[in-house]
Design a protein around this ligand. Structure first.
Ligand code: SF4
Ligand code: SF4
Length: 130
C-alpha cells in the first residue's frame, strides 16, 4: 500500500467483490493501472472482440473504492460490497425457487386441463349413443 492511516489497525476496511463483463471490455487497462490496491492485472485470455479483459488477481485486497467501476469507459466492471453480494445471492436463490415452483404448477394445470377435456369428449360420445 502506497499510504496508510496511522489508526489503520483499529478499523476493518470494507471488502468488495469485483465482477468483470469480459465481452464489454476493450482492453484499455485503465482499471488495472489505476486500482490503488493492485487487485487487477492484464490477462492472457481474449474476448470475442480480440481484447484482453483483466483478471481479478488479488480479490482479497479490494476495498470497494469503486474507482475501477467509475473509470471503465465500457461499463465492463462493477463492484459489490459483501452485504450487497449476500442480498444478490439470496434474490437469485429465491428467483430460482420461484421459477421452479411456477413451472411445476403450470405442468400440473396442463395435465388437469387435458383430463377435463377428455372427460367432456367421452360424455358427448355417450350422449350421442343414447
Ligand atoms: S473497487 Fe477499488 S480496490 Fe477494488 S478493484 Fe476496483 S479500484 Fe481496485
Ligand atoms: S477499464 Fe474497462 S474496458 Fe478498460 S480494461 Fe478495465 S474492464 Fe476493460
Amino acid at each position: 500500500m502506497w499510504r496508510k492511516p496511522l489508526d489503520a489497525d483499529e478499523f476493518e476496511a470494507p471488502k468488495g467483490k469485483v465482477y468483470i463483463i469480459d465481452e464489454r471490455c476493450k482492453g484499455c487497462g485503465f482499471c488495472v493501472e489505476f486500482c490503488p490496491r493492485n487487485v487487477l492485472e492484464e490477462s492472457e485470455k481474449f474476448n470475442s472482440k480480440g481484447y484482453h479483459p483483466p483478471d481479478v488477481a488479488n480479490p482479497d485486497d479490494c476495498v470497494h473504492c469503486e474507482l475501477c467501476e467509475l473509470i471503465c469507459p465500457e461499463f465492463a466492471i462493477f463492484v459489490l460490497d459483501e452485504k450487497e453480494e449476500k442480498e444478490r445471492r439470496k434474490k437469485r436463490q429465491k428467483k430460482a425457487k420461484g421459477t421452479k415452483k411456477a413451472k411445476g404448477k403450470k405442468t400440473s394445470k396442463k395435465k388437469s386441463g387435458k383430463k377435463g377435456k377428455k372427460k367432456g369428449k367421452k360424455k358427448g360420445k355417450k350422449e350421442g349413443k343414447k
